[in-house]
Each structure stands twice: as structure tokens, then as C-alpha cells.
Ligand binder design. Structure first.
Ligand code: AHM
Ligand code: MG
Length: 346
């Protein structure tokens, strides 16, 4: 039987591959692993201790109950604040970024972005949810607090990205830009153990994943592509928790779509917290991630923390095929006399 490799051992092993690594990134990844174990413990007993409800509600014993996504947010922030390895955090649950004072005057050079509990509207019915995270090197000078420019970076500048799914088993998947590896939590020893080495996404898959209930609200090219997937007899799978839908897509192949709709004209999912880290992972595994206009997600330069985008992510062969539909059916940009376009389909 092969020897078990824990997440901590693996991270340290990888650090040795970089002779000039200072150990800060290693420390950050380990801290995220610890926070994930704490969140996992609470997610697993959520049904027992009534922490599913709305924030500020009271439980049976009169204690204030915290919603699970806010609990996860607080735990991640606590772990990262205490680590001393990052100078700032931006979370889907917080309007602005949080600057972290240095510990023992250590000049931390990373910032972390995360969605603490993606898909949390599913949690009270026992459906898988997850934490998504990304790590960037700060751009601002390390002599002062972090700044907005440290967070508004393209996904292609991610130093590391990953996610944790609290599902039938708890699995952490991450990449530092040289392949993707997955670790399953062994509850008997409380350790994430290497279970999926060098993950590669299949070129095609038998699944497509989209909220088909919004079909009539999608642009014509996306409707035609979805019709095509259906004509091919692909199986429709939609959990409604992006991290879980993308996880299945990564392992089984397929395509996950969240196009722009009338309600979300720029798409619903957040670039910083959801699209970028998952696109980084999928690209590292050999897949592709683009907007519904076929722009690479990782090339978008965000201008605000909570910016949203449409997304198509998954098997490279299927994204390429979607491109044909976008090229064939997209509304042409209307010609305007002075050469400028008003961006509204004619
Ligand atoms: P949230 O950040 O408000 O939880 O929304 C993100 C989630 C994704 O996990 C999921 O893919 C999507 O929203 C589901 O949206 P919809 O219910 O519109 O299909
Ligand atoms: Mg989310």
C-alpha cells in the first residue's frame, strides 16, 4: 500500500521545488486548510445546532445564531489574520477589503480573496457547498497597508487558487500554477490526504450544466448552444452551487454555463471570488474558461471588488464548440454613423 501524503507534507514538499521560496505561501495554504477543517466541522453539524437560519436569529436556548456563511467568513478571516502571512482580505461577504496589520513587523506580501461558502442557499437541504479562494502577490509597497490595486488584479496574476467542497466527503483542490491536486479529508485522523494527483479535465464530457429555467432570458447564441447540447443527448446536471458543478465538470468533463440574463445583464457570478479561482484551476487542469462573449476570464481586469461576469467553463473541446455558436448567432454590434457603437443590439 502506498504511503499517505498529507496536505501539509505535500505543500512543504512543493516549497522545496522553489529554492527561493520564503515559506509564506506555504503558511497561507496551510492556514486555509486549517480554516477549511473548522468550517467543515460546522457544516457537518449544521442540522443539529440550528445555524442554518437568518443572521441575528436566536436558537432554542436563546443564544444568538449566526448564519453558516457568516460563520465561515469569520473563521477564514480569523485564521488569516492570525497567520501573519497576508496583508489583506477581500470576501464576497464584505463590502470593502480588510487590511491586516503586520504581526511582529513582518512585511506580508500576499492578499487573499474568497467566497466563504458558495452555494449556501442549498445548505438547509443537505446539498454540497464549498469555499473558493485565490491568492495574489500585493502590488502596493509593503511599507504601508494594502490597497485596492492589490485586489483588482487579473486572474492570470493569481499565485494560487483553489476550493474546498463540503460534500459526501470533504475535498480540497488547489493549484499554485503547476498542475492541480486534490486532497480528501480523512475524518479519523483529521488530515487532508492526497487523493487526486495531477488532475486533468477530459477534452469533452457527457454533461452540460446551466440553469435551464432562465433559458428564455439568455441571448440567442446561448439558447442555440444549449439546444445543441440537448440534441446531442448530453445529460443536464445543475446543482446550483457553482463550486460543486465545476468540481463535477473538472472530473467528468462537460461545460458549466452561467450566461448573462435580463436580471443579471453582466452575469451573476463574481469575478474575484468565484470565476477567477475556478477558472485558474480549470485552466491548470487543461480546460478553458471564457465569458459568453468568448473573452478569457483570467484576462479580465476588474475595476471593482464585487464585479460580475458571465461564464462558460469546462472541457476545452466543448468551449471551442460553443465559440462556433457565439460566432454564428451573436447579434452584430450596430453600426453608428460617427463610427462609435452604442452597444445595443439593433
Ligand atoms: P451566491 O453567491 O449568491 O450564493 O450565488 C452563487 C451561486 C452559485 O454557486 C451558483 O452557481 C449560482 O449562484 C446559482 O444561481 P441560480 O440560482 O440563479 O441558478
Ligand atoms: Mg458564491
Amino acid at each position: 500500500m502506498s504511503r499517505i501524503v498529507t496536505l501539509d507534507e505535500f505543500i512543504i514538499q512543493r516549497q522545496k521545488d522553489f529554492p527561493y521560496a520564503s515559506g509564506e505561501l506555504t503558511g497561507l495554504l496551510r492556514d486555509i486548510g486549517v480554516a477549511a477543517k473548522i468550517v467543515n466541522r460546522e457544516v457537518n453539524k449544521a442540522g443539529l445546532v440550528s445555524i442554518l437560519g437568518v443572521a441575528n436569529a436566536e436558537n432554542a436556548t436563546g443564544d444568538e445564531v449566526q448564519k453558516l456563511d457568516l460563520y465561515a467568513n469569520d473563521k477564514l478571516i480569523d485564521c488569516l489574520k492570525n497567520s501573519g502571512e497576508c496583508c489583506g482580505i477581500a470576501s464576497e461577504e464584505n463590502e470593502g477589503f480588510i487590511s491586516i496589520p503586520s504581526i511582529e513587523s513582518k512585511k506580508a506580501k500576499y492578499v487573499v480573496v474568497f467566497d466563504p461558502l458558495d452555494g449556501s442557499s442549498n445548505i438547509d437541504v443537505n446539498v454540497s457547498v464549498g469555499t473558493i479562494f485565490g491568492i495574489y502577490r500585493r502590488k502596493s509597497k509593503d511599507t504601508g497597508p494594502c490597497e485596492m490595486e492589490d485586489f483588482l488584479q487579473k486572474g492570470s496574476e493569481l499565485v494560487a487558487g483553489g476550493y474546498v467542497i463540503y460534500g459526501t466527503s470533504t475535498i480540497l483542490v488547489y493549484s499554485t500554477g503547476s498542475g492541480v491536486n486534490g486532497f480528501t479529508l480523512d475524518p479519523s485522523i483529521g488530515e487532508f490526504c492526497l487523493s487526486h494527483r495531477d488532475i486533468k479535465i477530459p477534452d469533452r464530457g457527457n454533461y452540460y450544466s446551466v440553469n435551464q429555467g432562465y433559458y428564455l432570458k439568455f441571448d440567442v447564441e446561448m439558447r442555440r448552444y444549449i439546444d445543441y447540447c440537448s440534441d446531442l443527448n448530453l445529460r443536464l446536471r445543475y446543482i446550483g452551487s457553482m463550486v460543486s458543478d465545476v468540481h463535477r465538470t473538472l472530473f467528468k468533463g462537460g461545460i458549466f454555463l452561467y450566461p448573462n440574463t435580463r436580471k443579471f445583464p453582466k452575469g451573476k457570478l463574481r469575478i474575484l471570488y468565484e470565476c477567477n479561482p475556478l477558472s485558474f484551476i480549470v485552466e491548470q487542469a487543461g480546460g478553458k474558461a471564457v465569458t459568453c462573449d468568448m473573452d478569457r476570464i483570467l484576462d479580465i481586469k476588474p475595476t471593482e471588488l464585487h464585479q460580475r461576469s458571465s461564464i462558460a467553463i469546462g472541457s476545452p473541446g466543448m468551449i471551442d464548440e460553443m465559440r462556433d455558436f457565439v460566432q454564428k448567432y451573436s447579434m452584430p454590434t450596430p453600426y453608428v454613423e460617427n463610427g462609435a457603437s452604442n452597444g445595443t443590439p439593433a
